[in-house]
Design a protein around this ligand. Structure first.
Ligand code: NAP
Length: 465
């Protein structure tokens, strides 16, 4: 009776955790509810972890709680130190650890079953164990390269070495061949270690030729790989909750990857095999056109006389942490009867939803934020487009210049506004590393300086007028 009750409680705890994951994903889909969703997801994961440990090792709960406490401490301390702009790197390294964990759990379980208990495991066990090792190893090394590139420890440009593609294809075939050999003889440890090495090298070779501007898509793809590896390892250790959470991570990663590809107008095949950004260097060598400089007073005068202003925030706004000053500028404009809206590009900043999070911090009303499709038709009737720390997402060469690495990416039509004010520090390029013809148009003026300082000076100038 007691055993039945314990088993019932465990089942209910897992059911509650699984429901929590679903509710979390639903709530994460809107900035209004995302914070609550995050808490529910974290709570569900804590419940699932504690239930699993309590079920498997009821006698060793103290060291397990100590491990959970220490892990949480490391997580909180490191997450607090990481700037919002460095989130993609953090996600990349988390994905990598997820992949590594799947590899290690699968190896431990294989060794335990084949060599300690000397059992004859099922085909499902063998297939899922080798799948976790292969996908987990690719995720680990691929994510490590993505991290090194985003942290600029490695060059962010695509690294193309002659013959890489043939080696990559060869290693992919070798991975499948090793999986086949392991199905025939699951206990062949030489092939097993060969599979680990081949998959690890494959992860490196798959990510190295991809340029920095495509990295968000790659990270999202690797995120889904880490979910698939966890799903497979769920079958290995017979954990339903791991299968459910792995499937959710895998599926949501695929959905996000698809949405990002659509936002950048690129096929996944092109991202992974297209060596995006390969023409950056030739463009970089071109002659630089002058940009017209505006003083904060010039900008203030233009804004004061406008009746419709569209603000385009980008990565530089996040670097400068100027979201509250931007809100002040918008309030000042609205007090003068100007219609203000914000144009949000899906890949502005350094992570999906970056601008939404930033503007939400400054309590910018959600109904003033518009997606690319909603706002692009509005630029033609706007008196001023204010581009704050954005570059690639407003680069008109994406529309016309087939040689540009940004070609085909949908952009915000800031160049269609009657006048453009750009806030940036100097001649710095965007993430893709290419020139932006918007900045040298006759109707564009650049207020040089850190976005926060420029906004403070422009607001002061507006108040003086
Ligand atoms: P961006 O192309 O990276 O341009 C940022 C601009 O901000 C630069 O022109 C820079 O010029 C300026 N800037 C930097 N610090 C500044 C400061 N303190 N004050 C004022 N200006 C500052 O940004 P974006 O237009 O937002 O485009 C995002 C890019 O990142 C895209 O290429 C996208 O593919 C990529 N990406 C996106 C994600 C994502 O998921 N959202 C993730 C990773 C990468 P100065 O140096 O002259 O100031």
């Amino acid at each position: 009776m007691k055993a039945e009750l314990v088993s019932f409680i465990i089942d209910m705890a897992f059911l509650l955790s699984a429901s929590g994951f679903f509710v979390c994903l639903k709530l994460l889909s809107s900035p209004k509810t995302a914070r609550r969703g995050n808490f529910i997801g974290a709570g569900a994961m804590l419940l699932a972890t504690i239930t699993t440990f309590a079920m498997e090792r009821p006698s060793a709960l103290l060291p397990i709680f100590l491990a959970i406490f220490l892990g949480s401490l490391v997580g909180v301390v490191s997450a607090k130190r990481v700037q919002m702009t460095a989130m993609p790197q953090m996600i990349a390294i988390f994905n990598g650890f997820g992949g590594l964990a799947s590899v290690l759990v699968a190896i431990a379980e294989v060794v335990r079953l084949y060599f300690v208990h000397v059992n004859n495991p099922s085909v499902l066990f063998s297939v899922t164990a080798w799948f976790s090792v292969a996908v987990g190893a690719i995720t680990f090394t691929g994510s490590t390269v993505a991290y090194l590139k985003l942290q600029e420890i490695m060059p962010t440009r695509p690294i193309l070495v002659r013959g890489t593609r043939i080696v990559t294809i060869g290693l992919t075939l070798a991975t499948f061949f090793a999986l086949y050999l392991l199905l025939v003889d699951p206990k062949d440890m030489l092939v097993f270690f060969g599979l680990c090495v081949v998959a690890s090298v494959l992860g490196i070779l798959l990510v190295i030729p991809i340029g920095g501007a495509d990295m968000p898509v790659v990270i999202s793809l690797l995120n889904s790989y880490s979910g698939l590896a966890a799903l497979a390892v769920g079958f290995v250790v017979k954990s339903n909750i791991l299968i459910i959470s792995g499937a959710l991570v895998g599926a949501s990663g695929v959905i996000l990857t698809r949405l990002m590809c659509q936002a950048m107008n690129r096929s996944l095949m092109h991202v992974v095999f297209g060596a995006f950004g390969g023409v950056e260097l030739s463009l970089a060598a071109g002659e630089e056109k002058p940009m017209r400089e505006y003083s904060p007073m010039d900008a203030a005068m233009l804004l004061k006389n406008a009746s419709k202003v569209i603000i385009v925030p980008g990565y530089g706004l996040a670097v400068s942490q100027a979201q509250r000053n931007l809100r002040e500028l918008a309030d000042e404009l609205k007090a003068n009867g100007v219609h203000v809206s914000y144009a949000i590009h899906p890949v502005a900043g350094r992570m999906p939803g970056h601008m939404n999070v930033l503007l939400a911090e400054a309590d910018v009303p959600y109904n003033e934020l518009f997606d690319l499709d909603e706002i692009n038709g509005e630029f033609e009737t706007a008196d001023v487009a204010v581009v704050i720390g954005a570059n690639d997402v407003v680069n008109p060469s994406a529309r016309t210049d087939k040689s540009s690495p940004l070609y085909g990416m949908p952009i915000l039509n800031a160049d269609k506004a009657k006048a453009v004010i750009v806030l940036k520090r100097g001649r710095g390029r965007g993430f893709a590393g290419v020139e932006n013809p918007l900045f040298t148009l006759d109707k564009t003026g650049v207020v040089y300086g850190d976005a926060k300082q420029s906004l403070v000076k422009t607001i002061l100038a507006m108040k003086e007028l």
